[in-house]
Design a protein around this ligand. Structure first.
Ligand SMILES: C[S@@+](CC[C@H](N)C(=O)[O-])C[C@H]1O[C@@H](n2cnc3c(N)ncnc32)[C@H](O)[C@@H]1O
Length: 268
């Protein structure tokens, strides 16, 4: 399926990439998915589709061809979403199990957050329902070594942070994936943190083992609301003096605000 993404960046130093792009170092580690479905009628449902059967979620919808009507339903919180992929029989059609790969929803706008000094943020011109897909967090997929170097440089220069770490466990094995949207990315790079967010980041797998970060609404969102998600869990008690110097004051304005932006201690 082609991804429809008509958004662009206003800053010419940032390249618009609708999808994640791996560095050469990461590219060498990519493994294509080996699971695919044989749903020849392009009607993928839990009782017939191998992808949905191994997925921790499924999509409910009122109209299969109206992606904005899709809502994610969680069935197993320990598993990611497995969308149908390029090896599936249903490859060129909307089958009911393709959503994130089709691109962001319409009506999203990027603008300066007037009420606080968070820089730009993503707002919606259309209401969004709980469970609706918003957009992917696209960027460069970089190695842990590269993430460490970039994070330290950014912190030193007091630059905004666009490096996201995904921590996954497969049995005892821990795999970390780092996505940096500093220079390459889509509209997802502008979504700010909130301690009381209206969206949640979910892990999706499509054509290979690289996790795709997909933002979904976790409550109904009104027209003109700013979109947000929780960047992580902060544990202030464990912060050293050095860590505190890297902390950014959180300006989410929620009653439950923890005071500082969560940052990933794994990349400090
Ligand atoms: C992924 S970017 C989000 C988009 C960014 N605001 C922009 O203008 O491009 C993350 C950065 O935005 C700022 N930010 C995001 N949420 C914030 C919050 N709740 N309070 C203060 N700054 C925030 C921080 O500088 C953070 O490093």
């Amino acid at each position: 399926m082609d991804c429809t993404d008509n958004y662009c960046h206003t800053n010419s130093h940032i390249m618009y990439f609708p999808r994640c792009i791996p560095t050469k170092e990461v590219e060498a580690t990519i493994q294509p998915t080996t699971v695919f479905c044989n749903c020849s009628n392009s009607n993928c449902e839990e009782n017939n589709c191998a992808c949905i059967q191994r997925s921790g979620t499924y999509y409910s919808f009122t109209d299969k061809n109206q992606l904005e009507s899709y809502k994610i339903v969680l069935t197993n919180k320990n598993r990611p979403t497995y969308e149908c992929n390029e090896n599936c029989q249903c490859v060129n059609s909307l089958c009911g199990n393709k959503l994130v790969q089709c691109g962001p929803r319409s009506g999203l706008i990027v603008k300066i957050c007037e009420e606080s000094k968070k820089g730009q943020g993503v707002f919606t011109e259309k209401s969004i329902s709980n469970g609706n897909f918003v957009c992917e967090y696209a960027g460069e997929v970089i190695s842990e070594r590269e993430a460490l170097i970039r994070f330290k440089i950014n912190a030193k220069k007091k630059k905004m942070n666009y490096i996201f770490c995904i921590d996954e466990y497969f049995g005892n094995k821990n795999i970390k994936t780092f996505i940096d949207a500093s220079a390459y990315g889509n509209i997802g790079r502008y979504v700010n943190h909130s301690c009381d967010p209206n969206c949640v980041m979910m892990i999706t797998r499509i054509n290979d083992n690289i996790p795709v970060l997909a933002l979904f609404a976790c409550r109904n969102i009104a027209v003109n609301e700013e979109l947000s998600y929780d960047y992580g869990i902060i544990n202030k008690n464990e912060q050293s003096d050095e860590d505190t110097s890297l902390s950014t004051k959180c300006l989410c304005g929620s009653e439950t605000c923890s005071g500082f932006l969560p940052y990933d201690t794994r990349i400090i």
